[in-house]
Design a protein around this ligand. Structure first.
Ligand SMILES: Cc1cc2nc3c(=O)[nH]c(=O)nc-3n(C[C@H](O)[C@H](O)[C@H](O)COP(=O)(O)OP(=O)(O)OC[C@H]3O[C@@H](n4cnc5c(N)ncnc54)[C@H](O)[C@@H]3O)c2cc1C
Length: 508
């Protein structure tokens, strides 16, 4: 009998599997589809070799510490979403589109080189293949005295497996509709599961690969919005690979979709309306998530509306059946929906599992042993992150407060990522209060000693010798007032981080 059965091999289940493996916990991962990744799905263009995202495309490292942490941990390469050039707006069918400039339209969104599937591939390569069971669709979970019984449909056969604990890492509505729980779940949990829509479940996406990015050649960013009532493509963006390799456009499709036979021609027509007729070779990939049985529930098809505040009901994150049943998936994370939510849920479950089995390190100080070397590694990468911020700010035509903005974004990113990492280290959940709590906070924060000044020094030295920065005298040779402002920002970010660390270590 396995210690932990993880059901659902999406990002949440996979990240959790990897973490349990590194903690030496015995687990098996069951997945209904014949592939891992769930809503993360990629395709490789035959035409130009581009990695195409048919599920998620973007992440926002500044606001998503778990994503940032995992991208660094797995050594993945990333690049900014291409937003340079005009944005098209088509408000009236068959009229000429309006154009406008909107640099940074995607708010600092980044994409993974190799597509979002690279995240799944990197995780899959790290988890023990012998622990993964594909084509296992969970149909029932029964609580027994000291374990759970799991019923799966596996290629036409009914299979029973046992485990001490189970993590059901599926979209909450799907688990509610497809899985029988015995004894039944509390009514308030059932209600929370039903009132939590599946993020992007009611969605269809298209990615079209081309032999060249003809829109870029005409000064268009590839971004477009179509708002008239005959719109088929509602939103379009540039989906080329890193540095423009592998030309492609991506788009969201309005539902319900027209007949599959007509769809490609209608999509080409609308793209031609936006960007002009193009006669190049192209290759189209359409992904209809609305009809994916292992993503979207019947209730999602009837009530698809989703806002982040509709997700993350606290009842979904609680532990049931004396610690034998936990629910996962991005839908269980506060303000979930994005991949960040799936990873936050995995971190929460890991801590709950460790706590429940008493494997949490009894002495919280021991948990910090991994923290200082990890922070040292992040510190060594901070200057490169500053350079990346600067590059992004300059390509977004920012000219005001460049150093200040980029340093603040860099330290906030590192602090957010550090807090997310700290939360994965398996601290006991009992609060460590009083002087012990303060000592623990001090020990955790010691790893950041002198960080702000060190990074500021590196940034100023770089600015002094950088050609690009010589165009901005205030940044090239900053005056005392400007330096004071920068230091005040960095101090504030540090204070907020120190409070958050203290709250986490003392309140659990
Ligand atoms: C079109 C689209 C665009 C998106 N864009 C973005 C974006 O740009 N940025 C972003 O951050 N997020 C985006 N998202 C959201 C992102 O994809 C999700 O947050 C994330 O992938 C969810 O991971 P998960 O593990 O929580 O769930 P899932 O990926 O849904 O994983 C659940 C897994 O459970 C499996 N499963 C289902 N039923 C059973 C069963 N009965 N038994 C066993 N296994 C089962 C499924 O096959 C699946 O593998 C997008 C999603 C879509 C669909």
């Amino acid at each position: 009998m396995q210690d932990v059965a993880i059901v659902g091999g999406g990002l949440c289940g996979l990240a959790l599997a990897y973490r349990l493996q590194t903690q030496g916990i015995d687990y098996a991962l069951y997945e209904a589809r014949g592939r891992l990744g769930g809503r993360i799905l990629g395709a490789r263009s035959v035409l130009n070799g581009a990695a195409l995202d048919l599920g998620p495309t973007w992440f926002w490292p500044q606001a998503e510490p778990h994503m940032r942490y995992w991208v660094a941990e797995l050594g993945l390469d990333f690049f900014p979403q291409h937003d340079t050039g005009t944005v098209m707006e088509l408000q009236v069918a068959q009229a000429a589109p309006l154009t406008r400039l909107a640099p940074g339209l995607h708010g600092g969104a980044q994409r993974l080189a190799g597509g979002m599937a690279a995240l799944v591939e990197a995780l899959t390569a790290r988890v023990d293949a012998g622990r993964i069971r594909l084509d296992h669709a969970l149909t029932a979970v029964l609580e027994r005295d000291d374990h759970v019984e799991l019923y799966f449909e596996a290629q036409g056969e009914s299979i029973v497996r046992t485990a001490r604990r189970v993590v059901v890492a599926l979209p909450s509505r799907l688990a509610d509709e497809h899985v029988r729980f015995s004894p039944d779940l509390p009514p308030e949990l059932r209600a929370a599961m039903r009132s939590t829509p599946t993020w992007m479940g009611a969605m269809a996406k298209v990615v079209v690969a081309y032999s060249a990015a003809f829109w870029r050649e005409h000064g268009h960013s590839g971004n477009a919005f179509v708002t008239h009532d005959k719109a088929l493509l509602t939103e379009v963006w540039d989906a080329c690979g890193k540095e423009g390799s592998g030309a492609a456009l991506g788009g969201f499709l309005a539902l319900p979709l027209p007949d599959a036979g007509e769809l490609p021609a209608l999509i080409h027509d609308q793209l031609a309306e936006l960007f002009g007729t193009q006669t190049q070779d192209s290759e189209m990939h359409i992904q209809d998530w609305l009809h994916e049985a292992y993503t979207t529930s019947a209730l999602d098809r009837a009530q698809p509306m989703v806002r982040p505040e509709e997700l993350g009901d606290a009842r979904l994150a609680a532990v049931y059946w004396n610690g034998r049943l936990l629910l996962g998936g991005t839908e269980t994370a506060p303000h979930g929906g994005h991949m960040e939510g799936a990873l936050a849920a995995a971190a929460r479950i890991e801590a709950q599992l460790l706590e429940a089995q008493g494997a949490a390190r009894s002495d919280a100080k021991m948990a910090l042993e991994d923290f200082a070397p990890w922070v040292a590694q992040q510190r060594s990468r901070a200057f490169a992150a500053y350079e990346g911020q600067l590059k992004q700010a300059l390509s977004g035509h920012r000219s005001q407060d460049l150093t200040r903005h980029c340093l603040l974004a860099t330290v906030q990113g590192l602090y957010g990522e550090s807090l997310a990492y700290l939360q994965t280290l398996g601290f006991p959940q009992q609060p460590t209060s009083g002087t012990d709590g303060t000592a623990l906070t001090r020990a955790a924060l010691a790893a950041f000693e002198g960080f702000n000044e060190e990074l500021l020094g590196q940034a100023l030295a770089f600015n002094r010798t950088s050609c690009a920065m010589s165009n901005f005298p205030d940044e090239h040779q900053p005056g005392a007032d400007y330096l004071n402002l920068i230091r005040a920002d960095l101090r504030d970010a540090w204070r907020r981080f120190a409070f958050d660390v203290h709250d986490f270590l003392t309140e659990g």
